[in-house]
Design a protein around this ligand. Structure first.
Ligand SMILES: [Zn+2]
Length: 161
C-alpha cells in the first residue's frame, strides 16, 4: 500500500522556488489546471517560464488527483468544441462514449494538452484490451498516468439504492 502519496515534495522548499505559489493569479492558474486547460496555454497566459513549473506546482500541491477526478471537464471541452472547430466524427463519438464511461473506467490522460482523441483511443490496443479482459490489468502507460486516484471514485458515486 504505497498508494497514498503524502506530499513527497517538501512544500516549504517548493514554495521558495515556485513562481506559481507567489503568483497573483495563483487560484486561477490552479483552477485552469484542474479544468484541463493545457499547461502550455497556462504557461503562456500567466507568463510563466515553462510548462515544467506548472507540473511541479501541480505535483507539490496535489492537483493531479483533483484534475484526474475531473476528466469529465476535459471531455466536455472536446464535446463542446465540436460546434466550433472541425473535429472528426469519430473523435466526438469517442469523447461522448468516454464521457459516459469515465467514472467507472477511471482517469485518462495526463498528457491531455492538445488531445488527439483518435490517438488516445488507439493507444489502447486490442491486445491491451484483451489483457485487461483476461487479468484485469490495464496497460502500464495507462496506470502510470492515472496514478492513485482511481480508488477515490467510489466515495463520490454512492448512488446505489
Ligand atoms: Zn507552487
Amino acid at each position: 500500500m504505497k498508494i497514498e502519496l503524502k506530499n513527497p515534495v517538501n512544500l516549504g522548499r517548493h514554495e521558495a522556488v515556485c513562481k506559481i505559489c507567489t503568483h497573483a493569479q495563483r487560484e486561477e492558474i490552479e483552477r485552469d489546471f484542474i479544468n484541463w486547460k493545457s499547461p502550455a496555454s497556462i504557461t503562456k497566459q500567466y507568463g510563466l517560464r515553462n510548462r515544467a513549473s506548472v507540473y511541479r506546482h501541480a505535483h507539490a500541491l496535489g492537483l493531479f488527483p483533483k484534475r484526474q477526478r475531473n476528466v469529465r471537464a476535459a471531455l466536455e471541452k472536446i464535446i463542446e468544441k465540436a460546434g466550433e472547430v472541425e473535429v472528426s466524427a469519430t473523435a466526438v463519438v469517442s469523447a461522448v462514449s468516454a464521457y459516459a464511461r469515465i467514472n467507472a473506467a477511471g482517469q485518462w490522460v495526463e498528457r491531455s494538452e492538445r488531445i488527439d482523441l483518435n490517438e488516445l483511443f488507439n493507444r489502447i490496443s486490442s491486445l491491451e484490451l484483451e489483457e485487461y479482459a483476461r487479468d484485469g490489468k490495464l496497460p502500464d502507460w495507462f496506470t502510470s498516468v492515472t496514478g492513485a486516484a482511481i480508488k477515490d471514485d467510489r466515495a463520490k458515486d454512492s448512488e446505489n439504492g
